[in-house]
Design a binder for this molecule. Structure first.
Ligand SMILES: [Zn+2]
Length: 117
């Protein structure tokens, strides 16, 4: 199956897979692009091969975008956390301090009250 596939590439005037890949990646000069486009219009096999290559190329691009988006999101989340954490910590700290002051004061006043009466 693979041998016959290679044979077709070799025996016909089809561009090589490398050329198709270069075409997908936009590495070819205008004449080469035109030649391949002209060939693709009349060759179903190559246009199918090209579709496959294009989807792979796009997948690579998309995975790159996803990676970038993920990175950006993580960066934003980290930034958010960095901004939020000190605020949360301060609120907790203040509440703990207030609670401790309240407990100490109430203990002190109840002790003072009971020792007097
Ligand atoms: Zn072809």
């Amino acid at each position: 199956m693979k041998a016959s596939f290679d044979d077709i590439f070799v025996t016909t005037d089809c561009p090589s897979q490398e050329q198709l890949l270069d075409y997908v990646q936009g590495k070819l000069n205008p004449e080469e692009r035109h030649a391949i486009e002209h060939h693709l219009a009349s060759c179903e096999m190559c246009s199918e091969a090209l579709e496959g290559l294009q989807s792979i190329h796009q997948k690579e691009k998309i995975s790159g975008w996803l990676q970038e988006m993920k990175g950006n999101m993580l960066h934003k989340l980290r930034k958010k956390n960095r901004q939020r954490r000190p605020v949360d910590f301060n609120i907790v700290q203040v509440l703990i301090i207030l609670a401790v002051i309240f407990i100490v004061l109430s203990l002190f006043f109840s002790y003072y009250y009971y020792s007097r009466h």
